[in-house]
Design a protein around this ligand. Sequence first.
Ligand code: NAP
Ligand code: F7E
Length: 323
Amino acid sequence: MNRNALITGVTGQDGAYLAKLLLDKGYKVHGLVARRSSDTSWRLRELGIAGDIEFIEGDLADACSIQRALIKSKPDEVYNLGAQSFVGTSWDQPVTTGIVDGLGVTHMLEAIRQFSPDSRFYQASTSEMFGLIQAERQDENTPFYPRSPYGVAKLYGHWITVNYRESFGLHASSGILFNHESPLRGIEFVTRKVTDAVARIKLGKQKELRLGNIDAKRDWGFAGDYVEAMWLMLQQDKADDYVVATGVTTTVRDMCKLAFEHVGLDYEDHVVVDPQFFRPAEVDILLGNPGKAQRQLGWKAKTSLVELIQMMVDADLRRVGKE
Ligand code: NAP
Ligand code: F7E
């Protein structure tokens, strides 16, 4: 049976890994791409799948384009990964973030309700919704307290997904994913900023690394593991919400230490704390409880933080070495 999938955000980190996973399973993959002035398909090229995806132009802010994409792709499964995903930028572009990350989800759900009600839907929700944490380990029942315009917009996206499931019976699931990283992570996020700098410092192209709050703690996993959880959610008879996390939390400081140690350097010789990278409101700590995903989906994170950071540093050493 040939299955059809539509992925928004297909050029992003998760979109690229998910597209690869679905192609390997024999799906026909349609990818929604927003018009940009330069090519954004480097991740798809790195995975060798750019030529295997059926691209459809569209923007989450533009409901008409979303309807057209749904009608054209006739998807069995829809993965809504498109977003303005950088928390820092969400204070500079709060309205765009609200439209794309919040209302964009309603554009998707409305298009499904009207044109493709049997499509199964995945919403890319986030641990940022927990923000100022209300429980030591956050799970599906932990109250939310977002701390950024990004977190607030994503919370709307989460609840509208739950609402369309309850109102119209759509098979709509929300994955509350904790931070996940990879060699395909955008350079602005802290793990990749660190691993790229480690490679540059090791190869003599950079001297110091300026960071913000290095005492913040995150539950970091590998994106390649996390896209499997997305797919598993849409294979269930009943749609539901799931926390996806490793259950381990680490400071930015200790993550840096791991990255520098991998190339025989001491982070304290290179890292400079620079207040320009502090955020107006910080999420100090996140620690997920992935028990439900483990029990109901049979999903468990396979990659440790040490393995992940080493994989990222090695990839950046190769990239910087070729420059
Ligand atoms: P990413 O690398 O930043 O990718 C975001 C994707 O969204 C890109 O393909 C981007 O296209 C696209 N996009 C941006 N604005 C759009 C618009 N107006 N219309 C259509 N597409 C648009 O993010 P990611 O790390 O893969 O994350 C995937 C999703 O999971 C996001 O929704 C993110 O908020 C959420 N999430 C991520 C994490 C994490 O730790 N990675 C954790 C929880 C939730 P361009 O390439 O053209 O800019
Ligand atoms: O920051 C601290 C920063 O930007 C992590 C997105 O995928 O995960 C991501 O959001 C922590 C924060 O990710 C720098 O203050 C210190 O405490 O890598 P990040 P994030 O904000 O957690 C969630 C789950 C998502 O949903 C988002 O889409 O690191 N930090 N110094 C720094 N962060 C950055 N970016 N740069 C620094 O120099």
